[in-house]
Design a protein around this ligand. Sequence first.
Ligand SMILES: NC(=O)c1ccc[n+]([C@@H]2O[C@H](COP(=O)([O-])OP(=O)(O)OC[C@H]3O[C@@H](n4cnc5c(N)ncnc54)[C@H](OP(=O)(O)O)[C@@H]3O)[C@@H](O)[C@H]2O)c1
Length: 392
Amino acid sequence: MKKVLIIGAGGVGQVVAHKCAQVPEVFGEIMLASRTKAKCDAIAAKLPRPIRTAQVDADNVPELTALIKSFGPDLVLNVALPYQDLHIMDACLETGTNYLDTANYEPPDEAKFEYKWQWAYQDRFRQAGLMALLGSGFDPGVTNVFCAYAQKHLFDEIHVLDIIDCNAGDHGQPFATNFNPEINIREVTARGRYWERGEWVETDPLSWSMTYDFPEGIGAKKCFLMYHEELESLVRNLRGLRRARFWMTFSDNYLNHLKVLENVGMTRIDAVDYQGRQIVPLQFLKAVLPDPGSLGPLTKGRTCIGCLMRGVKDGREKTVYIYNICDHEEAFREVGSQAISYTTGVPAMIGAKMMLTGAWTGAGVFNMEQLDPDPFMAALGAHGLPWVAREL
Ligand SMILES: NC(=O)c1ccc[n+]([C@@H]2O[C@H](COP(=O)([O-])OP(=O)(O)OC[C@H]3O[C@@H](n4cnc5c(N)ncnc54)[C@H](OP(=O)(O)O)[C@@H]3O)[C@@H](O)[C@H]2O)c1
């Protein structure tokens, strides 16, 4: 039986704590630590078995190192914010502990995410004999594993990849984000980027769209091209890839609100002077928007996230779509969170399970598609995220 330290008690942290608690044969002891201990205690009170909780500032490496030493986990599961990734990896190296996260590092003062900062830890993790698993959420995460599964079983080469993220749910609020508003708005307002014939091509933010007809009654939705972090590792690790793009659905209502907020300067991430105090408009906006955690009981409908792939197998051209559909209300009934947190938290728990049971081993820094997809794909359905692979 192993010990896991979960850091971050937000929407995703709540799901991870529930899902780890459901698997006592792997997660023998659980500690949930975050900046605000009261949030950890509130989550702990809803779980079917006791866990430990603690207050920690994960940006303070000595404080975090002391906490890790006192609890002695086999794995630190990071579901705080991307700003904390490097500090938590430092504390893992300091204490000889394995590491997992769901989002790659972002410097707080620049709306930019890239794997280079975390890939730079490769030698240190390898030399220490430790494993760091990056991006074990849904996208990145399950989408990478869908690609690895397709590469292993369905294709000799994947030539064209479109990752399509559809949230067909409705929370009834005029404007709200489904996960941390600051991280979400930084991502959505960034320039688009896709990969074609060995080069990155940039597009203006949300300037390219397509309509995709989603399965199982979800129907046709408008999707917008965005840059997403899993593209960076997938273009390195998929054989024969010629083009890779990422798409996400947004309602007109969401886009109209976002445009106004951008136009009036509320999405800025540089500090402005307000009554003698420096404030960052996007951080202030986060404080007045609905807490994504509060959307759980309000959200109805389903998400559908998947990979559409075209390539060749045994000399024959084929197109395969692998996807999961997740129901917001069912997720809420099970763990008290809507499907966006659920689809992130379940794969985080499964990634941790892969590492702690020895199904995934290795020393160094890994992206999800570098590991055997089969045990992860088998665990997805068993833990609440069934998937479908359909040849079109
Ligand atoms: N791969 C995917 O599919 C996917 C999808 C969605 C989200 N994500 C990622 O999942 C992570 C969590 O998202 P979320 O929606 O749960 O965000 P959230 O609700 O804002 O929760 C973040 C948690 O981290 C805590 N935290 C922030 N700074 C901290 C620090 N310095 N020390 C300790 N704790 C700190 C926060 O504490 P307070 O409560 O005190 O603020 C909060 O409890 C993010 O990195 C996000 O990008 C990944």
